[in-house]
Write a protein that binds this ligand. Structure first.
Ligand code: NDP
Length: 401
């Protein structure tokens, strides 16, 4: 079942309703596990043994295990998901008479959360980027190149840095990593950026956070050249995001934006999540995620509430939103009792739990029964961020921004 969104329905179906069910499923255009086969075999709780010779009689009340699933190469859009829920409702209404089975259906329905996976979108962006990198090599006789400055070896960003390097190499982008040992010499940090700004063989510069105390200030923001600043840490790119009046300026690549925030929006759009007119709580106000995200969402006509560590009654803001986006850096902090029902959650957090397993800011297990849709961690916003950064690197090389 890897890479597949699926929705399973355990239903008791009358023979004469099978065609009706199939037609509804065909209408939705969703692939379906073989009804006939499961039908003949019976199966599921209380399934009856049926052999092909007498199934004409037995089929009347055989439990039917219907697995409706998304095709591998596409994800289930919100509209299709809602249509699917309606389908389940109609099965319930038309076909289910047995109260015990009804209970099973209702429980199954509750588990029917839509997973907003990021891998398919990420692969698409990576493939486009690979082609752009090949074109660049043909024209310029060298590969696009990304310089990465990283001060801390064991931070979550170092985890992402290693993924970036691997991915860059696999699609034709060169990387160079700078890991200054002296964590107090700010002068060296600034001169390194100046050197990379002026280096014709460096197309893009990424500075991984966190930085040593006192390094993340205007000396740095103003020195970082905006044309190489693919994650938009510079004053110029940040300022442009602040001033722009239209999201299409971002889509058209008129300047660089913080890619994690952009990835969250791209993923929402990819899954057809409506943003305009929605109440969205963004939890986290950092300059690389929360704040730019709030600007992007408001450009897309959402009403945004920015929450942070001093927000009073966080639950109230979460419960009163249609969509919750978290970027706080606290493993499994948001629990099921803090949110409302049928909301959409975008979890940007990249944390590690007490067993060293990667997890988000949201406690997936405790919210999954309540939410309409949620991003997984890992496998949600993370891969999209990575692919957008690579894409921005090649755009910087081609002087497209
Ligand atoms: P920062 O530490 O810079 O910011 C965290 C924000 O969360 C702050 O605004 C802070 O509030 C707020 N916050 C902390 N605790 C709470 C709380 N209990 N309630 C409400 N708000 C709280 O983190 P980043 O923005 O850099 O990163 C956030 C998360 O996103 C991290 O897990 C990081 O690993 C992840 N990330 C993921 C990426 C991806 O591609 N998926 C890329 C980049 C980051 P205050 O301002 O008051 O301190």
């Amino acid at each position: 079942m890897k890479n597949e969104n699926f929705y399973s329905i355990f239903a008791k179906v009358r023979k004469n309703k099978i065609e009706e069910l199939k037609n509804k499923i065909n209408y939705l255009g969703i692939s379906l596990s073989d009804i006939e086969e499961k039908f003949v075999k019976g199966g599921g709780k209380g399934g009856q043994k049926i052999n092909k010779t007498n199934n004409a009689v037995m089929l009347r009340y055989v439990p039917l295990n219907v697995m409706v699933k998304c095709q591998k190469d596409r994800s289930l859009s919100v509209n299709r998901f809602i249509a699917l829920r309606e389908l389940v409702d109609s099965i319930e209404k038309i076909l289910i008479k047995d109260p015990e089975k009804k209970k099973i259906i209702q429980n199954t329905k509750k588990r029917g959360v839509m997973i907003l996976e990021g891998k398919t979108l990420s692969d698409k962006i990576i493939n486009e980027t690979r082609i752009m990198a090949e074109e660049f090599l043909k024209i310029k006789g060298r590969r696009p190149s990304l310089a990465i400055i990283n001060y801390y070896e064991n931070s979550p960003s170092a985890y992402y840095m290693n993924l970036k390097i691997k991915k860059c190499n696999s699609i034709g982008i060169d990387t160079r990593v700078y890991m200054p040992e002296n964590k107090t010499d700010k002068g060296y940090f600034i001169s390194l950026i100046e050197k990379l700004n002026g280096d014709p063989d460096t197309d893009a510069i990424m500075v991984e956070k966190p930085l040593p105390d006192g390094f993340d200030d205007e000396n740095f923001w103003d020195v970082l050249g905006f044309k190489k600043d693919v994650d938009a840490l510079s004053s110029v790119n940040m300022g442009r995001l602040f001033i722009t009046k239209s999201f299409s300026d971002i889509e058209n690549g008129n300047f660089f934006v913080p890619q994690t925030a952009y990835a969250a929006v791209k993923l929402m759009k990819y899954h057809n999540i409506e943003i305009s007119g929605k109440k969205i709580a963004v939890v986290g106000r950092s300059s690389i995620v929360g704040k730019p995200l709030a600007i992007m969402l408001s450009l897309l006509d959402a009403t945004v509430t920015i929450c942070h560590s001093k927000t009073k009654n966080l639950d109230y803001h979460l419960k009163n939103s249609d969509i919750i986006i978290t970027a706080i850096g606290k493993p499994k902090y948001i629990k099921g009792d803090m949110i409302g029902n049928d909301q959409i959650i975008i979890d940007i957090g990249t944390n590690f739990d007490e067993n060293g397993k990667m997890c988000g800011d949201v406690d997936f297990d405790s919210v999954k029964e309540k939410v309409k849709a949620i991003t997984p961690v890992p496998g949600g916003v993370g891969p999209v961020t990575l692919s957008l950064l690579l894409n921005a690197t090649v755009k910087a090389a081609k002087n497209l921004v």
